[in-house]
Design a protein around this ligand. Sequence first.
Ligand code: ZN
Length: 313
Amino acid sequence: MAKVGQIFHPLYLKHDTGPGHPERPDRLIAIQEHLKASGLAERVVSLAARKGTHQEIALVHELDYIQAVARTAGGRGTYLDGDTFASPDSFDAALWAAGGLLVAVDQVIDGEVDHAFAMVRPPGHHAERDHAMGFCLFNNVGIAAEYLVKHHGFKRVAVVDFDVHHGNATQHMFYDREDIFYFSTHRYPFFPGTGAAHERGTGAGAGYNLNIPMNAGCGDQEYLQVFANQLIPALRDYAPDFILVSAGFDSHFLDPLGGMKVSDSGFAKMSQELEKVAQEFCGGKSVYTLEGGYDLKGLAGSVEKVLSMLLQQ
Ligand SMILES: [Zn+2]
């Protein structure tokens, strides 16, 4: 039985996106309540989150942008882009979200836990170096990937993103790098518009970016086929020394935005394939961070299945 850590902090609920917004605090409440009701909460280790420092955020974001988000703190609420709202506590929540993921990374590296799942919001993979986008303020997974390289000395970090949307910002941040390889399955064409198969990286990063665009309506079978035939072989060829997962659950069949048909256990099966690679190349270590997923039942049920699978690794 593996030791699995989870990150959660009440501040994540204070990022208030306003009435009717799909990326809402209830998402994390639904996950926490479901983990308690299913008995899983007692089987995972709750790790104490911390606040990310400005230097850590600056690993991937420009100072002007960090300051712009900082200026929203305590204010009346500001739209940073058409669908990304910063409430008075959003800056703080975003710092704690990034910091929470870094705790997950550190605890896994220190061997306190074998795997960790950061249940954070706001999510991150659309947040570019210099602007907010698509419900995302700071790119949590991008910060963690750069932290693994700069702070811990990892040389081959794989970021696997199975959110229904392409992680435009994560791709852009590491597009010319071979030490951070971005892999993504996503609906295409779809928001945010990037993620074509021919986007393979540039310069030293040529070949170190892999997009697998998918048609609307794909379910477990299509996803598992894509994993088996394309994603996993490429991931094994890369031989990563650490795997970060941008875990978005908006390809769930109940999701109001995604238009895909993945089941709760489909997410666990995809993740299990990633874990086989983690066993082979990364000493069994992996860290997951929450991205999208907007149906509360689908989200909570899927997270439960992924955590149960991780406990069995
Ligand atoms: Zn998404």
